[in-house]
Design a protein around this ligand. Structure first.
Ligand SMILES: [Zn+2]
Ligand SMILES: [Zn+2]
Length: 272
């Protein structure tokens, strides 16, 4: 069954499908082992309805780093990051609501030079954000099959890394999704900071990091997938990680040590 209406945002993942086209019977992002269909059945909403009872909350981590969440929590409950840099600002990942107060805040900081994504769970209404700030949206080419609403601003990138400007660099690590990536900003901490999306999951205790095919369904990576992820990730230089899925998911200063200890457990389980 398909329907045509203005409700094109999946309430479980926040992905916005093309407005006023037939929405799929089931959201393909959620109807995948890395997500789940709403137990009450597929539900859709619109930006107008979302804005009636939700707002964007912006919190400061440092002078150059803020995060944005939708409150009350909606969809995955993810946070997007606004990183400020002399050569231009970047939005890392996205949230499904862009309200007037948020536009004003971002313009007051100089607007956006780009939006970039860790992986498909956070695409949200990316085309609206890109149109508002007239900027490109960088997505790793390995995740092209998961782009169901490709606007004109979407730019695919490939390979292991993509330097942006200043000391901002997109880094491909794979694992959770074939195109899973992180944003490295060297100057955000003495040893370098990574905005990691779901490419690494920082635990609630802040004492462990995990990498999985599916976090909500607890499905591990295959051995080869983990080995490929680890080879790339272990080479990165960082002492700070900022995660995407809950507030306070920050490891500042000791992140590489926590990562290395956690990965040693993975390596022994996988026999690597
Ligand atoms: Zn969905
Ligand atoms: Zn994810």
């Amino acid at each position: 069954m398909t329907t045509i209406n203005r409700n094109s945002i999946c309430t479980t993942c926040g992905t916005k499908f093309p407005y006023n086209e037939r929405v799929p019977a089931l959201c393909p992002i959620c109807n995948d082992d890395r997500q789940f269909i709403n137990p009450d059945g597929q539900r859709w909403t619109s930006e107008e309805d979302l804005e009636k009872c939700h707002a964007v909350r912006i919190r400061k981590i440092s002078d150059r780093l803020h995060y944005l969440t939708v409150r009350p929590s909606f969809a995955i409950g993810q946070r997007a990051f606004l990183a400020l840099s002399p050569g231009g600002n970047i939005l890392w990942d996205c949230i499904p609501l862009l309200d007037e107060a948020t536009k004003e805040f971002i313009y007051s900081k100089g607007g956006l030079k780009a939006i970039a994504f860790s992986h498909p769970h956070f695409y949200s209404n990316m085309n609206e954000w890109a149109a508002e700030f007239n900027c490109p949206v960088y997505i790793h080419e390995n995740d092209k099959p998961w782009i169901f609403n490709r606007g004109p601003n979407v730019k695919l990138w490939g390979g292991d890394g993509k330097p942006l400007w200043d000391d901002l660099e997109l880094v491909h690590v794979g694992g959770h999704f074939p195109g899973s990536s992180m944003l490295r900003i060297g100057s955000f901490s003495p040893g370098g900071a990574m905005l990691c999306g779901d490419s690494l999951y920082i635990s609630r205790s802040l004492r462990h990091t995990a990498v999985m095919f599916s976090y909500p369904n607890s499905i591990p990576l295959l051995k080869e997938e983990f080995a490929a992820f680890y080879e790339k990730c272990a080479k990165l230089k960082f002492d700070t990680l900022y995660g995407a899925t809950f507030e306070g998911q920050d490891l500042e200063g000791n992140a590489y040590a926590v990562f290395a200890r956690s990965m040693n457990r993975y390596k022994s389980i996988y026999g690597l």
